[in-house]
Design a binder for this molecule. Structure first.
Ligand SMILES: *Cc1c(COP(=O)(O)O)cnc(C)c1O
Length: 381
């Protein structure tokens, strides 16, 4: 059994992807070839924003978004403590400071009350210039943008949507990538829409920001290749990856539907037995991960492993406990929910091609576990 089955998808698309790749080999425009622009147009249409600026990764997408918003050394940006390292890492890289915020115990996304407290603390104690917040759509569930925007507006902060895990998700019909003035995503192979290498995108409906992003991704270029108007990076998405993504995008809607079915089967079977991520009404997660909280994670995972079922822990350590952030980040509030979640969480196999039989087996192993441990605790009691 695979944790994320990229082979099943490739089998389905192999001929079409090969044809696309051959076309690139024929025209030879490996950098910024026509597939890159075709992809950007299709991504913008899919998301419902005016501009999709493709780039080299989800991490560079975040970096470009921060540079476009002119985040400078000394600025403070609020980020959830429970996310992939890239969300916070890009800040110290440009001399800015991440201020960690706790997550909501039910959705595991940024807790807006914790954000409010963190902003107050930074302001009251004069810790630096609070500039913005990066909200993360954890495991494919959109953050609570209505509340986040209301607070950010009141406090004069920008909002960046880190949609690396949520591309394809919706809330009240609005697609991930359109929930903040600037949103970023990743096409890393294991993400809901993944290529065969590294790639990402930044989304915005602001013409000026889009132009800045396009300049940033090619060394801060101006009118032509040797005119440099700002400090930028080599942040382009290469033509081969765009070609792969174009074919994968064709079947993406159908895959999103399949993920709903797989997730619903897990939810039906596991509800009550393990703590699940709460999906607020009006939301459709894209289920980048199907995760559960367990009081006996080590036992759960070991039994699944013995039964040939791969699992993973996203994330075993919240970011404020990582050595890398010790001297470059702020912890203005309690991060107890992030800490507790990192102790209990693990993720089950999740992809569009996960069959009902395999899923039943996974659930059976877990249920045997609960009855075993009940027996254990009865014996011990
Ligand atoms: C994967 C991920 C990123 C980084 O994407 P890359 O394409 O791997 O650079 C950023 N933020 C979150 C929340 C992610 O899950």
């Amino acid at each position: 059994m695979e944790f994320i089955d990229l082979k099943a998808q490739q089998q389905r698309l192999r001929a079409r992807i090969e044809e696309r790749i051959c076309r690139v080999l024929d025209h030879g425009k490996y950098i910024m070839g026509p597939e890159v622009f075709e992809l950007e147009e299709k991504l913008a249409n899919f998301t419902g924003v005016k501009h999709a600026v493709s780039c080299s990764s989800g991490t560079d997408a975040l970096l470009m978004a921060l540079l476009a918003l002119r985040v400078v050394p000394g600025d403070i940006v609020f980020v959830p403590a429970f996310t992939f390292v890239a969300t916070a890492e890009v800040l110290p890289l440009i001399g800015a400071t991440p201020a960690f915020v706790d997550i909501d115990p039910e959705t595991w996304n940024l807790d807006v009350e914790s954000l409010r407290d963190a902003i107050s603390c930074v302001r009251d104690e004069g810790l630096g210039r609070a500039r913005g917040v990066i909200a993360v759509d954890l495991f494919g569930l959109l953050a609570d943008y209505e509340s986040i925007h209301a607070l950010a507006e009141e406090q004069g902060l920008f909002v960046i949507q880190d949609a690396a895990q949520s591309f394809g998700a919706t809330a009240l019909g609005q697609r991930a990538g359109s929930n903040a003035p600037i949103a970023t995503t990743s096409f890393f192979p294991a993400k809901p829409l993944g290529c065969y290498g590294d790639a990402g995108a930044v989304f915005t409906s602001d013409d000026e920001v889009a132009e800045t992003l396009r300049s940033l991704r090619v060394h801060g270029g101006g009118r032509d290749k040797y005119d440099n108007v700002r400090i930028g990076l080599n942040g382009r998405c290469d033509t081969f990856q765009a070609a792969v993504l174009l074919e994968k995008l064709e079947i993406f809607e159908e895959e999103i539907d399949k993920r709903q079915i797989v997730a619903a089967r897990y939810t039906d079977s596991l509800n009550g037995a393990r703590t699940l991520q709460k999906i607020p009404e009006g939301n459709r997660s894209v289920w980048a991960q199907y995760s559960v909280l367990s009081d006996q994670r080590t036992i759960d995972r070991e039994r699944l492993r013995e039964a040939g079922v791969p699992t993973a822990v996203y994330y075993p350590k919240p970011l404020h406990q990582q050595d890398a952030f010790r001297d470059v980040a702020l912890c203005p509030v309690s991060l107890s929910c992030a800490e507790e979640t990192s102790r209990k969480i693990f993720s089950l196999p999740m992809h569009a091609y996960l069959g009902e039989q395999d899923q039943n087996r996974i659930v059976e192993v877990l249920f045997d576990l609960s009855s075993e441990s009940e027996k254990e605790s009865k014996r011990a009691g």
